[in-house]
Design a protein around this ligand. Structure first.
Ligand code: ISL
Length: 568
């Protein structure tokens, strides 16, 4: 029997920006509890909660100082218990974010580790001597500068692939792995239904921590070849699954967030026979409009390349393994502004069209909060508008090396993670109904017309379209199980593919642009039933379709011939 998560839809909550119950301008667990009806109405199966553990919040909770407590910003352990119970009562599941490639520098493990070279926790992190008076290798941090920070007290460098406040754990040490297992069991005992595992393909670093291949004009290099999919990562994940779930892993969901993962590696990670993770969250399609050496340098969208990448992942995990499907998360700009068209004339149709092509694919769809409303990028303008340390560090870095700051601001406005982190637009009122206080990041001014209150009351809203797509996934086994075949791969504007089982065929087709297009889909689709369209008055299928701007449709035909061939 197919695992339950193959026909499930996951919804990601970024708690800081979801809903605030106490008026401090920062979202919290009480706010989520209050808004659970929104998720029940949407029809999602699983909630993935971004980190709510105790944390200094240098990276908004992806820097954890106590894995067994809730940060007072968000509430208490009693609140999370209530949330777990309420989510279950509504028939949904709750998955926690597990950030264990690194801890916060304020975690007691690190405080002990840095206290002396002989401390028993010294080896829980990755410490090295200086090389010729500087960092031990040329690795760079994802958040600018070197991946090493000097500790004057003990005169060694420690490794941090992310911010200096996020030291990497040494997974080679069995005590570290045991400590992580204990944390996971502790949360399962509290009733959670699985984990989204942050950068989990970075936990095994290359032996000897070799220099990365140099990149012209860059002193520090993001060294994927040095830390992604390293030598022992598969062993560590299999060990984790074995020890934590003890054969009950089918009941839970594990999602490995894996930047830089290849399709070949993803097949290994998600091969059920290997017992590592259920699905990977990969990033190839998110890099399509970015320069390989600078994510804020916009290359523009090449739709043919975007389709090719998504289709390659569909093919690679067709027989073994499983894809997660997503357009956005808390680290990416809003998809309707990025790959769609946020001009008011096309905004709704393009948000629905993008949703249609994603939710028609094979894999488990993830919706990032606000995406179901078609929330857009924020009109950020000035350096001081940004809160995210990635954006702040990037701007400071460009400034320090005398780079083009005007260009940097254009790149930040398009790609900054803060675009995804503005408060959810619940209504047209003050602070968009997110909080009674001043929100930590400004509300998008378009909340006057773009908000949940309007959309849940409207039958043709972006929200209603997402709800319809989720319902189709629950009702039609073909969406989880059917084969995937791309159509018109070289068309720069039409995104189309078929899904097929022996009994049933679907055609998913969208015009991803403003110009009307006529597309010849063939006589076999003549008269096919329209399952879902995003524009009013969409007809049944004909051999040739006329698709206005951002028109998206799903057509269905039952294959009687194939059904007739079945043994009696
Ligand atoms: O946004 C990115 C940096 O440009 C991504 O590369 C991101 O850092 C990467 O996907 C890993 O993300 C995860 O780990 C980070 C955290 O900041 C992100 O929010 C989290 O999703 C460190 O824990």
């Amino acid at each position: 029997m197919s695992p339950w998560w193959k026909s499930a839809v996951v919804y990601q909550i970024y708690p800081r920006s979801f809903a605030d119950s106490d008026g401090d301008g920062i979202g919290d667990l009480g706010g989520i509890l209050h808004r659970l009806d929104h998720l029940a109405a949407l029809g999602v199966d699983v909630i993935w909660l971004s980190p709510v553990y105790r944390s200094p919040q240098a990276d908004n909770g992806y820097d954890i100082s106590d894995y067994r407590d809730i940060d007072p910003l968000f509430g208490t352990l009693a609140d999370i218990d209530t949330l777990i119970a309420e989510v279950h009562a509504l028939g949904m599941k709750l998955v926690m974010d597990l950030v264990v490639n690194h801890t916060s520098a304020e975690h007691p493990w690190f405080t002990e580790s840095r206290s002396s070279p002989d401390n028993p926790k010294r080896d829980w992190y990755i410490w090295r001597d200086a090389r010729d008076g500087v960092e031990p290798n040329n690795w760079g941090s994802f958040f600018s500068g070197p991946a090493w920070t000097w500790d004057p007290g003990t005169e060694q460098f420690y490794l941090h692939l992310f911010d200096r406040t996020q030291p990497d754990l040494n997974w080679h040490n069995p005590e570290v792995r045991k400590a992580v297992q204990d944390i996971m069991v502790w949360w399962l005992d509290r009733g959670v239904d699985g984990f989204r595992m942050d950068v989990i393909n970075f936990i095994s670093k290359a032996d000897g921590l070799p220099d990365a291949r140099p990149v012209p004009l860059q002193r520090h290099v993001i060294a994927f070849d040095g830390f992604a999919d390293g030598p022992r990562v598969h062993d560590y994940l299999a060990e984790l699954t074995r020890t934590v779930f003890g054969g009950r892993d089918g009941e839970y969901l594990t999602v490995g967030e894996m930047p830089g993962v290849t399709t070949e590696q993803a097949r290994l990670y998600t091969d059920p026979a290997r017992g590592e993770v259920d699905m990977v969250f990969q990033f190839e399609h998110m890099a399509i409009d970015q320069s390989p050496t600078d994510k804020f340098e916009d290359r523009g969208l090449d739709l043919v390349a975007l389709k090719a990448t998504m289709h390659r992942w569909q093919a690679a995990l067709a027989d073994t393994g499983w894809n997660s499907l997503y357009w956005s998360n808390h680290d990416q700009p809003r998809v309707v502004s990025r790959f769609g068209d946020d001009d008011p004339a096309y905004w709704a149709a393009s948000a629905k069209a993008l949703a249609t092509v994603l939710h028609g694919m094979r894999g488990t769809p993830f919706i990032y909060q606000g995406e179901e409303l078609g929330m857009t990028n924020h009109p950020f303008r000035y350096p001081q508008d940004y809160r995210d340390l990635e954006a702040v560090n990037y701007y400071d870095d460009v400034l320090a090396r005398g780079g083009d700051t005007a260009q940097a601001l254009i790149g930040l406005a398009r790609m900054s993670r803060d675009n995804a982190r503005t408060p959810i637009q619940w209504d047209a009122g003050e602070h968009a109904g997110f909080s009674t206080g001043e929100p930590w990041l400004p509300v998008n001014p378009n909340h006057r017309w773009l908000n949940a209150e309007v959309q849940t009351a409207t039958t043709d809203s972006v929200f209603a379209h997402y709800r319809a797509l989720i319902r189709l996934r629950h009702e039609l086994p073909i969406l989880a199980e059917g084969d995937f075949t791309p159509l018109f791969p070289d068309d720069p504007q039409i995104w189309a593919y078929t899904r097929a089982t022996a009994e049933h065929r679907l055609l998913v087709i969208a015009n991803c642009g403003r110009d009307t297009r006529t597309v010849d889909i063939g006589a076999e689709w003549e008269g096919a039933q329209l399952l879902l369209g995003n524009l009013p008055g969409t007809p049944a299928a004909s051999a040739s379709l006329e698709l206005p701007a951002w028109d998206a449709r799903i057509y269905s035909i039952a294959c009687h011939a194939a059904a007739g061939r079945r043994p009696a």
